[in-house]
Design a protein around this ligand. Sequence first.
Ligand SMILES: [Zn+2]
Ligand SMILES: [Zn+2]
Length: 262
Amino acid sequence: MYIDSHCHLDHLDLEPYGGSLDAALDSARQAGVSGFLLIGIDSHRFDELLAIESAYPDVWLSIGKHPLDEKLEQPAPQLAKQAAHPSVVAVGETGLDYHYAPDQRQEQLDSFREHLNIAAQVNKPVIVHSRAAKQDTLDLIGEYQTRVRGVLHCFTEDLDMAMQAVELGYYISLSGIVTFRNADALREVAAAVPADRLLIETDSPWLAPVPHRGRKNEPKYLPDVARVVAEQREMSPRQLADLTRANFFDLFALAGAGESNP
Ligand SMILES: [Zn+2]
Ligand SMILES: [Zn+2]
């Protein structure tokens, strides 16, 4: 059974499920996805996110401020408190996106640093978004190397960066982008990441994998990501599921604490 290491469950398109998150999760479970890390990026709706997390034993919660948040420059006074909540297993997503917001570099760096400080404080891993921001991302996570580890989610940078991040204690999570026709370089990354540092995700509702492109993404499409990654690593989808599941609980140890059968 797979674990979706990064999904925005509160942003899913639930229309095909009559508005029911319950039904959407069930359909993912039937497709072989049995764990979901809800990436909370709306800390003003923290109570709502907590309610989702506490309704399902196979849903865990992370909280942060997305680097493309329109109000990134405003501090999130509640963030440190929310990150310390016992139901929160990680901090983020945070990070740097110079592809979509090159003019917000300083705001993004400040926010990323704030998240790293909080992660160090609460002793939880950090979830990092990095797009066209290789060197700055490496510099910052390097600065916190002894205090914070985490994951580079929806990885799209190059193999050299993946390997440097691994050296710094990070995991690499691959999304549906690895299934795209023009993603040969990323498929090389999928083959080369050390086995104990690999994760998979949907990043739903965005970035639906082949053959669902153009539709809203959802956790039940994770097996389509997994199939391509498994192929690259010359292993069965089943083996990949076991591997990435074990890695997930290694990194997100607090999620594993509530798991009866890790
Ligand atoms: Zn992201
Ligand atoms: Zn995300």
